[in-house]
Design a protein around this ligand. Structure first.
Ligand SMILES: C[S@@+](CC[C@H](N)C(=O)[O-])C[C@H]1O[C@@H](n2cnc3c(N)ncnc32)[C@H](O)[C@@H]1O
Length: 429
């Protein structure tokens, strides 16, 4: 076999696999009226089945799992409509689709987790959004409550809270994360203005007759008076820069393609909010430090977060090109990041100290009898396993949290440094 045929066969196989992956969660050909509670097709891991059962219990459902595991029998149910509106792991409740099932159809990517605006910017170490929705249900968060994610990253908690009508405070030390999280949750407020600026921006990207004054795309972006619209276009540029750096795609083509996709995703979001009559949560994304949160004591109804995984991922190096593009000095930024300071044993000591401060802060701002979910794993560093999970449980319990649940979760993509993580659910007593 020649290299060429081998390659095209390989490409076809990848394409087939991607097509399968993109459609398996969405088939709604017939509505199974007799199915009382049917799991979504993408639910496949033991931890997901465990979370699916926990979310049902939290929403006051008495149920029995049938032999096939994909179908649950309803024994007692308080509010059928509430279930349809909130559930994360289920496709149908008594023959009618859940909101979540309809929401995830609004997807412009090949990955089931990247629906609506979740996909915008390829950030490493993103949460699984479905799991975050389920966890918010499990810890009893309701419309109008406030959830905190002190390490908001790419904004997954913010988007999921917004969809459920839960207010969210998201904090991150990285300006790139603050920007992403804002764009994913705020662009829906300014879709018409985004469309008004589109032509002007596109004219700067293509060297053409329309660009006689020689204005650059940055010059035009800086002219945009509305901060949310400006952020949208700054993000579009960063997505294209990343596409160019990672895939070698020519910048202006990457920009035009991603801009269309971003606009379609924001339109999808606006449309699904209207169609499902969603009452959105208020989102407040702040640049800040998890070790000194800009929040009052006892002001938060729940926490869902994943701190940096000690030494598993260096967020500063990972996003260096985007941070520099935003005008930041990488060496200075590094000092404020948890998990990337120091070398060797010192790095672990500094990480542990920073995590203690962050856990103290979570405890301080959380209301009494409310829950904090921390998702964290043990990484392998210099050939040894760093026992971060045990360290966090010990310290959190020392300051007054009590661990009420510890769920093992398998992870992919970081195989050489981490194979599993733990979903730790604490209550503030
Ligand atoms: C594991 S990631 C969070 C990913 C997030 N759950 C998501 O879905 O994208 C950890 C985040 O912590 C942030 N971080 C690091 N040090 C911080 C600090 N001192 N204060 C706040 N955030 C910090 C990093 O910028 C990174 O985005």
């Amino acid at each position: 076999m020649t290299n060429k045929t081998q390659n095209s066969k390989g490409e076809r196989m990848i394409q087939r696999a991607e097509e399968l992956d993109s459609f398996w969660a969405y088939s709604a050909k017939e509505l199974p009226q007799d199915k009382q509670l049917l799991l979504l097709d993408n639910v496949q891991f033991i931890y997901e089945l465990a979370l699916a059962q926990l979310e049902l219990k939290s929403l006051g459902v008495n149920f029995e799992v049938t032999n096939g595991l994909r179908e649950f029998k309803l024994l007692e149910i308080k509010d059928e409509e509430l279930l349809r509106r909130k559930l994360a792991y289920f496709k149908f409740v008594k023959g009618k689709p859940t909101d979540y099932f309809l929401i995830i159809q609004k997807n412009r990517t090949r990955s089931v987790n990247q629906y609506l605006t979740h996909w915008i910017y390829p950030y490493k170490g993103k949460f699984h959004p479905q799991m975050i929705r389920a966890l918010m249900n499990i810890i009893g968060l309701k419309q109008g409550d406030t959830v905190l994610d002190p390490f908001i990253g790419s904004g997954t908690t913010a988007v999921e809270a917004q969809l459920l009508g839960i207010n969210c405070v998201g904090v991150d030390v990285s300006p790139l994360c603050v920007l992403q999280s804002k764009v994913k949750t705020e662009s829906i407020d300014v879709l018409p203005q985004i469309l008004e600026w589109k032509e002007e921006i596109i004219n700067r990207i293509k060297p053409s007759l329309f660009n006689l004054e020689g204005k650059t795309i940055d010059d035009v972006i800086n002219l945009i008076p509305n901060e949310k619209v400006k952020n949208f276009y700054r993000m579009a540029k960063l997505v294209a820069i990343s596409d160019n750096a990672r895939r070698g795609r020519e910048f202006s083509n990457a920009f035009l393609k991603n801009l269309e996709l971003m606009i379609s995703s924001v339109s999808d979001y606006v449309e699904i909010v209207r169609k499902l009559n969603l009452r959105l949560g208020e989102i407040n994304i702040k640049a800040g430090d998890s070790r000194a949160l800009p929040l009052k004591n006892d002001s938060i109804d729940g926490i869902v977060t994943s701190p940096p995984y000690s030494i598993a991922l260096d967020y500063v190096s990972n996003d260096a090109h985007a941070l520099e593009e935003l005008g930041y000095d990488i060496s200075q930024i590094r000092e404020e990041f948890v998990g990337v300071r120091g070398k060797g044993q010192k790095r672990i000591e500094l990480y542990n100290e920073d995590m203690k401060k962050s856990i103290n802060e979570m405890f301080r701002v959380l209301k009494s009898q409310k829950y904090a979910v921390i998702i964290i794993g043990n990484a392998t560093y210099m050939g040894e396993e760093v026992k971060t999970v045990e360290f966090i449980i010990d310290y959190a319990e020392k300051i007054g949290f009590r661990l009420v649940k510890n769920v093992d979760k398998i992870i992919f993509g970081l195989f050489n440094v981490m194979q599993k993580e733990n979903i730790l659910i604490f209550i503030k007593e």
